[in-house]
Ligand binder design. Structure first.
Ligand SMILES: Nc1ncnc2c1ncn2[C@@H]1O[C@H](COP(=O)(O)OP(=O)(O)OP(=O)(O)O)[C@@H](O)[C@H]1O
Ligand SMILES: [Mg+2]
Length: 238
């Protein structure tokens, strides 16, 4: 069997807010080249889990072990808080992905070429000068994806990246993610409540619900018993 490099590990991790547990005892292995789908109903803790993987939410208990030094992550949040703060253009928002801790409006020019490249990749090359806050919901999602991609991260964390996209854009976004995963070897964690979409693309699935977290290979996770347990779906023909 092919041995994949272990990148990140959750050992009996408890996640929550202000002393209240949302996700108890999460055990999770993320290996290089994984395409992992994270599914579950609203409020199940998908965003909470992603934020813990991104390192912006500290665990209440347990260990998050990073097995590769300097592991780089790109995080596409579910909804951006950027919107109304500054009148930033699409290009400036994408460039922000490159200068992390430097001032927001400094030397965008230096990064223009790279930023333009990824804007083209997500199909928004015409929009670079448009103000981010004046873009549509789907266009904003694409700009946020471009921002996460521009630094060429090893792991890409995506929180509902396709929810606001039309059918054609959904497909091209998913094709693009599959390409990044298969051709560039980028490890992908995709949160979506669209189970069919996740089932089609992800090789491993993490299911959240009712304070439970179960993960495994796609085929094991999509068994009727498992689906019934997490989504209350009736058995076919029952
Ligand atoms: N900053 C916060 N402070 C306190 N509680 C929070 C916070 N963020 C989320 N929660 C709670 O944690 C639980 C899980 O929320 P989370 O946002 O992770 O769910 P989700 O699965 O991403 O839902 P959705 O599908 O609606 O995006 C919810 O009960 C929510 O109320
Ligand atoms: Mg969420």
């Amino acid at each position: 069997m092919e041995m994949k490099r272990l990148l990140l590990e959750f050992r009996d991790v408890y996640l929550g807010y202000r002393g209240e547990v949302v996700l108890p005892s999460v055990n999770l292995l993320i290996e290089e080249g994984d395409f992992i789908g994270i599914v579950g109903p609203n409020g199940a803790g998908k965003t909470t889990l992603l934020r813990a993987i991104a390192g912006v939410l500290k665990p209440m208990k347990g260990q998050v072990i990073i097995h590769k030094p300097n592991l780089s992550l790109g995080y596409v949040p579910q909804r951006s808080l950027l919107e109304e703060t500054y009148p930033l253009t699409a290009m400036e928002v994408v460039s922000m992905g490159l200068y992390k801790r430097v001032g927001v409006l400094r030397s965008v020019r230096k990064f223009e070429k790279k930023a333009r490249e990824v804007l083209r990749v997500v199909g928004l090359e015409e929009m670079e000068k448009k103000l981010y806050r004046e873009l549509s919901g789907g266009q904003k999602q694409k700009v946020l994806l471009a921002r996460a991609l521009v630094s060429e991260p090893e792991i890409l964390l995506l929180d509902e990246p396709i929810t606001d996209l039309d059918i054609a854009s959904q497909k091209s976004m998913l094709d693009f993610l599959t390409h990044l995963n298969k051709e560039k070897g980028i490890t992908i964690l995709l949160v979506s409540h669209l189970l069919d979409v996740v089932a089609e693309r992800a090789e491993k699935i993490v299911m959240l619900g009712d304070g439970k977290v179960v993960s495994g290979k796609r085929d094991e996770m999509l068994s009727p018993g498992m689906l019934r347990e997490f989504f209350g779906l009736p058995r076919r023909g029952a």
